[in-house]
Design a protein around this ligand. Structure first.
Ligand SMILES: Nc1nc2c(c(=O)[nH]1)N[C@H]1C(S)=C(S)[C@@H](COP(=O)(O)OP(=O)(O)OC[C@H]3O[C@@H](n4cnc5c(=O)[nH]c(N)nc54)[C@H](O)[C@@H]3O)O[C@H]1N2
Ligand SMILES: Nc1nc2c(c(=O)[nH]1)N[C@H]1C(S)=C(S)[C@@H](COP(=O)(O)OP(=O)(O)OC[C@H]3O[C@@H](n4cnc5c(=O)[nH]c(N)nc54)[C@H](O)[C@@H]3O)O[C@H]1N2
Ligand SMILES: [Mo]
Length: 806
């Protein structure tokens, strides 16, 4: 979230789109209720299904799954053509004024630079025109035909209400009603928040759906504002922590990035990430990359990391490609992987195309599962009749199960969607032989090191030299790890303004990332977490909820990264002169000498407004990007592409380019996509409040509350197919079938799309063949093995199925 949970109460309009917060985030949803009760907020819900969020909404609009870019592109068109943008904000704080490279083109669904055989773009024209002064060229009048505002206008002029309704199946009047309500927040003293989750992320164009909404927010002047922002409602209690700490294959902690195989040179690696400002007077905060990176390497390798050896840069893996989960299972499927360590992850249940996953795991030599429960993945080799129809005799994989504790059985911190790191305490002793994950991983590490020492190996350095100074080496404690992330001084640190004054003694905890250095005198395991455990103690354990501003920015409650800041980009809540756009929503302001206010300024605190530095300091141009440059795989403006399995078998905007031309599709999977003729219905998978993924079927109460696997269909489809409520039905896709009980409902209605009726089949995904609940089929038997072009998140929300009475 750019903002945070409590801040939702400050919104005037709340759009729940691409998520179902009332069911998947019932505790956080209380802030929607607060906004409605105390702020007269309007709640809009846009979802293929009439959900429990929709049931308390002021207005609900249906949408065909996978078409939100068309919808939101239509909103952009509406805002521009009805002059409902916040002009001053757009001009000052977005790249609307910037002039784009002459070579940039968009035609018939493709941007300039497309390489068809490679399914990727040469993005060199997706750039700014550079002026004679060496900076990006701008036109303050925004009349230049190649300025971003004009290109934006042109790009989305195709997204008329008629076109939107034709693609999305949303009735035109419903779409316009949503546009009108959203447009009311283009004034400085009204804000809108988007609350989204998987209804946007789990598509082959998921990242671009989110981008389109972010662009709407920039046009409305809602970024950086209390009650505004882009608010990703994250899933597991600590999944925000997972990405923060870099647990993705191509990431390092704190959103630093691993080098690619073309980046063997340390200086080139650092220079590429240390980009200079492209406008005069800007900041470009990533200029500090070397400080973060060197401090990380010092944290890992201590005295071994020196300037002379480039801080052990050579020991970092250099990736030839991104090893996301789809990629790893693809390699496994092709017999190119011997072993797989699976920690707190149940891929057989959670990842797409179950038949492919099962075949992939059958070819492993060994599979290690670290989990408190006996999961489907750890038992993929067991025969469970119709629910897991495999022959164990044909599977050679050795499966090793290491029982772990779960979060309630240990101390530690969880980072919530609002970026708050909150410390928690052990609630129970772990059962049996269960051990904390840290102990298990430490044990494996120490054993490997011992083996390397005894037997040698191909590349021991990275492992042998890792710092490992924990009190109990085989059981690092949560407080030790947290202090390591925060970082410490490795030499006495002096005040930059007065070198005779020592601010931190060697060995002391850092106050925050502003103290990090690139000369080896500081360490920090995750720069954005710096400030969470200082010399004052554990900031994450703070529980003072006093709220002087009334906006919910409780600065003494826990710790929010970065720097305890509660609302990102909060400089944008003020006009260029430093005065809040809306005095009721004051987060920061310029007091004549410095930036101050009830939040921590997301800005250089002593930079006067007259210097003209802009609020989006992580960007080289300091402004929000309506035109994304080369940051996205499929284009600088989001464009509507159909899901890889689409019930209309065409793209009404450009029939030649139907689905995301830059999405990665593996060999053989293109043929594994179904066509509308054979599989006419739009399938989509989702959660129920009563279950949490695949674990709660191990507990009796959840199993009682939702006792049996079901699918949901609308009344008209039920009638056409002769299916009655309670019948058993078979649902199948190009990859397999499941059987379940039919729930016939008014909550899913047929939509008119491109001249044909489209029905949705709703598939909750919680069932499987382990646990105490009644066995069911894994919903991911049905889903396609393709993901978002930027994040590779699988397209779980849009695929094709057929259905009949079983
Ligand atoms: N009780 C419970 N809570 C949970 C979880 C759980 O398993 N159980 N899981 C947690 C996790 S890990 C996560 S990531 C979150 C997920 O939170 P959510 O994303 O809110 O959950 P889902 O139910 O998967 O999907 C949300 C909605 O997206 C809609 N949808 C599908 N396709 C589209 C589309 O193309 N456009 C739009 N606008 N909407 C679409 C679906 O109809 C559904 O109502 O929930 C978390 N909370
Ligand atoms: N079709 C379809 N598929 C989906 C989705 C969808 O919407 N539709 N949603 C996707 C999403 S957003 C998610 S997050 C995934 C969820 O997929 P997973 O993350 O694989 O599922 P979970 O069951 O939440 O968690 C995996 C395991 O973690 C274990 N666990 C719990 N605590 C601990 C711990 O402290 N240590 C260890 N080692 N293990 C622990 C649990 O027992 C569980 O078996 O599913 C994805 N798959
Ligand atoms: Mo998730």
């Amino acid at each position: 979230m750019t903002n945070h949970w409590v801040d939702i109460k400050n919104a005037n309009v709340i759009v729940v789109m691409g998520g179902n917060a009332a069911e998947a985030h019932p505790c956080g949803f209380k802030w929607v209720t607060e906004a409605k009760a105390h702020n007269h907020a309007t709640l809009l819900v846009v979802d293929p299904r009439f959900t429990r969020s929709a049931s308390v909404a002021d207005y609900y609009a249906p949408i065909r799954t996978g078409t939100d870019i068309a919808f939101l592109g239509g909103v952009i068109n509406y805002l521009l053509s009805h002059d409902k943008i916040q002009h001053e904000y757009v001009k000052a704080y977005t790249n609307a004024t910037f002039i784009v490279n002459e070579g940039f083109k968009f035609d018939e669904g493709l941007f300039s630079g497309y390489d068809e055989p490679g399914r990727k773009y040469d993005k060199s024209t997706w750039s700014y025109e550079i002026g004679a002064d060496g900076f990006a060229a701008v036109d303050e009048t925004m009349q230049h035909p190649r300025c971003v505002l004009q290109l934006l206008r042109q790009h989305y002029s195709r997204y008329t209400p008629e076109a939107v309704s034709n693609i999305c199946g949303t009735p035109k009047d419903a779409f316009l009603k949503v546009c009108e309500t959203i447009a009311t927040t283009s004034v400085p003293d009204r804000t809108l928040t988007f609350m989204y989750a998987l209804g946007w992320t789990q598509h082959s164009v998921g990242s671009q759906m989110i981008r389109t909404a972010a662009m709407v927010q920039l046009l409305l002047g809602n970024m950086g504002m209390a009650g505004g922002g882009m608010n990703a409602l994250r899933g597991h209690s600590n999944i925000q922590g997972l990405t923060d700490l870099g647990l993705l294959s191509d990431a390092l902690p704190g959103y630093l990035t691993l080098p690619r195989d073309t980046e063997a040179d340390y200086q080139a690696y650092v220079d590429k990430r240390t980009q200079k400002p492209v406008r005069p007077g800007q900041m470009s905060y990533w200029q500090n990359y070397p400080k973060f990176h060197v401090s990380l390497m010092k944290s890992w390798y201590g005295d071994t990391a020196t300037k002379e050896n480039n801080w052990c840069f050579d020991w970092l893996p250099k990736l030839d490609k991104v090893y996301d989960v789809l990629q790893v299972f693809e390699l496994m499927f092709r017999g190119k992987l011997n072993g797989y360590v699976c920690q707190g992850f149940n891929p057989l249940a959670a990842f797409p195309n179950r038949a492919k996953l099962s075949k992939a795991m059958s070819q492993l030599k060994y599979l290690v599962v670290i989990d408190p429960l006996a999961t489907e993945t750890s038992c993929f080799w067991e025969n469970h009749g119709e629910f897991n129809d495999v022959d164990p005799a044909t599977i050679q994989t050795e499966v090793i199960r290491l029982p772990s504790t779960c979060f309630a059985e240990e101390n530690g911190s969880l980072t919530n969607s609002g970026r708050w790191l909150q410390w928690h305490y052990k609630g129970a002793e772990p059962p049996g032989e269960a051990k904390p994950d840290t102990d298990i991983i430490a044990g494996i590490f120490l054993k490997l090191r011992e083996l390397y020492k005894k037997e040698g190996g191909a590349f021991p350095d990275a492992l042998m030299n890792l710092t490992w100074n924990y009190r109990i080496p085989h059981a690092p404690a949560p407080d030790e790890l947290a202090m390591e992330y925060n970082g410490k001084a490795l030499a006495d640190l002096t005040d930059p303004k007065d070198p005779t004054k020592v601010v931190l003694k060697k060995g002391q905890q850092l106050d925050g990332f502003a103290q990090l250095k690139d000369d080896g005198t500081t360490s920090s395991g995750c720069w954005i977490y710096s400030g969470a455990w200082t010399e004052k103690g554990n900031m994450m354990a703070r529980r003072d909820n006093s709220d002087p501003s009334g906006l919910g920015n409780t600065l003494n409650w826990a710790f929010a990264w970065p720097a305890n800041r509660r609302v990102l980009y909060n400089r944008a809540s003020c006009d260029p002169s430093g005065k809040p756009w809306d005095p009721k929503r004051t987060l920061v302001y310029w007091d004549g000498a410095k930036w101050t206010g009830p939040d921590v300024p997301d800005f250089k605190a002593d930079s006067p407004p007259s210097e003209g530095m802009n609020p989006f300091i992580m960007q080289t141009e300091g402004v929000g990007r309506l035109f994304a440059l080369d940051k996205m795989a499929e284009g600088p403006f989001p464009e509507h592409y159909e899901p890889f399995e689409t019930p209309i078998d065409t793209n009404p905007l450009h029939p030649k380019v139907i689905s995301n031309p830059a999405a990665r599709v593996f060999k053989g999977d293109l043929e594994a996509f179904g066509k509308g003729k054979e599989y006419p219905y739009a399938g989509t998978t989702y959660r129920l409040t009563e279950h949490f993924h695949f674990w709660t079927k191990h507990t009796k109460l959840s199993a009682i509350m939702q006792p049996e696997q079901f699918v949901e269909i609308g009344e008209q489809l039920a009638k056409e197919k002769g299916i009655k409520a309670g019948d058993r039905v078979k649902v199948w896709s190009h990859r397999g079938f499941i059987k379940a009980v039919a729930v016939v409902t008014k909550r899913i209605r047929p939509l008119m799309v491109n001249g044909q009726t489209v029905h949705h089949v709703g598939i909750p995904f919680h069932w499987g063949f382990k646990g105490v609940a009644k066995s069911g089929y894994l919903a991911n038997t049905l889903t396609p093995f393709v993901g978002d072009a930027n994040t590779q998140t699988p397209e779980f929300k849009s695929f094709l199925v057929n259905i009949e009475k079983a």
